[in-house]
Write a protein that binds this ligand. Structure first.
Ligand code: GDP
Ligand code: IMO
Ligand code: MG
Length: 421
C-alpha cells in the first residue's frame, strides 16, 4: 500500500500538515526531491515544527524516514534538525540517507551570493541550484563519499581546483581547503553515518511487502518543477510524480494513491510570474489571516485567487487520484470568491498552462465569481456541517479538474481536517 503526497501549486500548499496526518499509518516515509529549501509545518501534539529535510515519518517512533537519491542534503541543517527533533520527541528519528544523494557544501551557498542568482531568482539561498548543477556536471560530492574519505577528498580537491580558477578574486573561495571541508562535513554527519545506505532496495522491499505502508512526501510544488514548471523561475529538482520514480530508482512503483495538495487560493514566494496575484487590502488580508510567511526564509508570500488553469495542468502532470484542499478557513468573511478558469493572451482565451515564464507573464486571468461564505469554519469537523457555499466551491473545483477532493483542511492543527475517503 503506497501513497504519494504532492504539491500542486508553487509550494507551501500545506503538504507538511497532510503528510504528518497520513504518516501515522506509514511504516516508511520517503522524501524524494529538493533539500533545505523546503519548509514543512507540522503541529505534533500541540507543538509546531518547521521541517526542512526530514520527512514526517520522524514524528512516529517506529517509522523509518528515507532521504532518497533525488535530494540534495546539507548535513549542517540535517544534523541540527535531527538533534532538535530528537530533543523534542524523546526519540531519535530513524533515518535512511541515500548514498547516491548529493551533498550541499558551504561553497554552494556561497555561490548563490557570488553569482547574484539568489537575489535574481528570489531563491531560498540554501545552495540548491549550485548543488544540482554540480551533480549534473559530475563534480558533486555524494553522501556515500563520506564513507570513503580518500575518494571524498580527491573529489573535493578537484572541485575546489575548478572553483578557484573560476573565482580568482574571491578571498572566500581561495581560502577553501578540501581537508578542512571534509572534516567539517564528517563532524556534522558523524552520528548519521550508520544511516547512509542503499535507499532504492529498502524502498523496493517496503513496496513489495504486503503488510507495509509507504508514503512519499513531495517538496515544493509542480509549478516549481525544473522541467515542467514556469522556467526559469523554478527550483532545480523534479517535484512531480514523474520525478519520484527516477529519484527512488524504481521505474514503475506501485503507488495506488497520488494525492495532490493545494490551497483554496494560491501563494508564491520568490520571483516569477503569477497571473492571479492580488494586491492591496485583499492580499494583506490573505497573508495575515493565512500566516503567509516563508517557513525557511520568513519572506512574505504573494497571494492570489485559485488558478484552475494551473491546477488542471498540475493534476494531470501528477496523475492525481485524489486531492486535499487546505486553508479554506482563510477565505471566510468574503462575500465573493474569484476563480480563474482561463487566461487571456494576445486577445484570445486559452485554457492550457503556458510552459514558458515570459508567456505566462503576459497572461491575464479570466475569472468566474462564486459565492463566498461569511462564517468562520475552522471549528467544523464534519463535511456535511460546512456552509453550502464551501461545498459548492469544492464541487466546482472537482468538476473543473475531474478528480475528487478527498481531504478538506480548515486549520493548521491536525484535528481541523475532514477525510472524505
Ligand atoms: P508546505 O511547505 O506545503 O508543508 O506548507 P507550509 O508549512 O510551508 O505552509 C503552510 C502553512 O499553512 C503552515 O503555516 C501551516 O501550518 C498552515 N496550514 C496548513 N493547512 C492549513 C489550513 O487548512 N488552514 C490554515 N489556516 N492554515 C493551514
Ligand atoms: P516547500 O516544500 C515555496 C522557491 C523559492 C524560489 C524558487 C527557487 O516548503 O513547499 P531554490 O532555493 O529552490 O533554488 O528557489 O523556488 N521555493 C519554494 N517556494 N515552498 C518551497 O518548498 C520552496 N522551495 C523553493 O522561493 O522562488
Ligand atoms: Mg513550505
Amino acid at each position: 500500500m503506497a501513497i504519494a503526497v504532492l504539491g500542486l501549486q508553487w509550494g507551501d500548499e500545506g503538504k507538511g500538515k497532510i503528510t504528518h496526518l497520513l504518516a501515522k499509518d506509514a511504516d516508511m516515509v520517503v522524501r524524494f526531491n529538493g533539500g533545505p529549501n523546503a519548509g514543512h509545518t507540522v503541529i505534533d501534539r500541540g507543538v509546531k515544527f518547521g521541517t526542512h529535510l526530514i520527512p514526517a515519518g520522524a514524528f512516529y517512533p517506529n517509522t523509518i524516514s528515507v532521504l532518497a537519491s533525488g535530494m540534495v542534503i546539507d548535513f549542517e541543517v540535517l544534523r541540527e534538525e535531527w538533534d532538535m527533533l530528537s530533543r523534542h520527541l524523546g526519540w531519535q528519528p530513524r533515518l535512511l540517507i541515500a548514498e547516491n544523494a548529493h551533498i550541499i557544501m558551504p561553497y554552494h551557498r556561497a555561490l548563490e551570493e557570488l553569482e547574484g542568482s539568489g537575489k535574481h531568482f528570489g531563491t531560498t539561498r540554501r545552495g540548491i541550484a549550485p548543488a544540482y548543477r554540480d551533480k549534473a556536471a559530475k563534480v558533486g560530492i555524494r553522501v556515500g563519499d563520506l564513507l570513503r574519505q580518500d575518494i571524498a577528498k580527491q573529489r573535493l580537491e578537484r572541485r575546489l581546483d575548478l572553483l578557484k580558477r573560476e573565482w580568482p578574486n574571491s578571498e572566500e573561495v581561495q581560502s577553501l581547503d578540501a581537508g578542512v571541508l571534509l572534516e567539517e562535513q564528517l563532524s556534522f554527519a558523524q552520528p548519521l553515518l550508520p544511516s547512509i545506505g542503499n535507499a532504492t532496495s529498502a524502498i523496493d522491499n517496503a513496496l513489495e511487502a504486503a503488510d507495509r505502508a509507504v508514503m512519499f512526501e513531495g517538496a515544493q510544488g509542480a509549478l516549481l518543477d525544473v522541467d515542467h514548471g514556469s522556467y526559469p523561475f523554478v527550483t532545480s529538482s523534479s517535484t512531480t510524480y514523474a520525478g519520484l520514480s527516477n529519484s527512488i530508482g524504481i521505474s514503475n512503483p506501485d503507488i495506488d494513491r497520488r494525492l495532490g495538495v493545494f490551497k483554496g487560493y494560491v501563494t508564491r514566494v520568490g520571483a516569477g510570474p503569477f497571473p492571479t496575484r492580488v494586491s492591496g487590502e485583499l492580499a494583506e488580508r490573505l497573508r495575515t489571516i493565512g500566516g503567509e510567511f516563508g517557513v525557511t526564509t520568513g519572506r512574505p508570500r504573494d497571494c492570489g485567487w485559485l488558478d484552475l488553469v494551473a491546477l488542471r495542468y498540475t493534476v494531470r502532470l501528477n496523475d492525481c487520484t485524489g486531492l486535499a484542499i487546505t486553508k479554506l478557513d482563510v477565505l471566510s468573511g468574503l462575500d465573493e470568491v474569484k476563480v480563474c478558469r482561463s487566461y487571456r493572451l494576445d486577445g484570445e482565451s486559452i485554457e492550457n498552462f503556458p510552459l514558458a515564464a515570459d508567456v505566462l507573464e503576459g497572461c491575464e486571468p479570466e475569472y468566474e465569481t462564486v459565492p463566498g461564505w461569511r462564517e468562520p469554519i475552522s471549528e467544523i469537523r464534519e463535511f456535511s456541517g460546512l456552509p453550502s457555499q464551501v461545498m459548492g466551491y469544492i464541487a466546482f473545483i472537482e468538476r473543473e479538474v475531474g478528480v475528487p477532493v478527498e481531504i478538506v483542511s480548515v486549520g493548521p492543527e491536525p484535528e481541523a481536517t475532514m477525510m472524505r475517503a
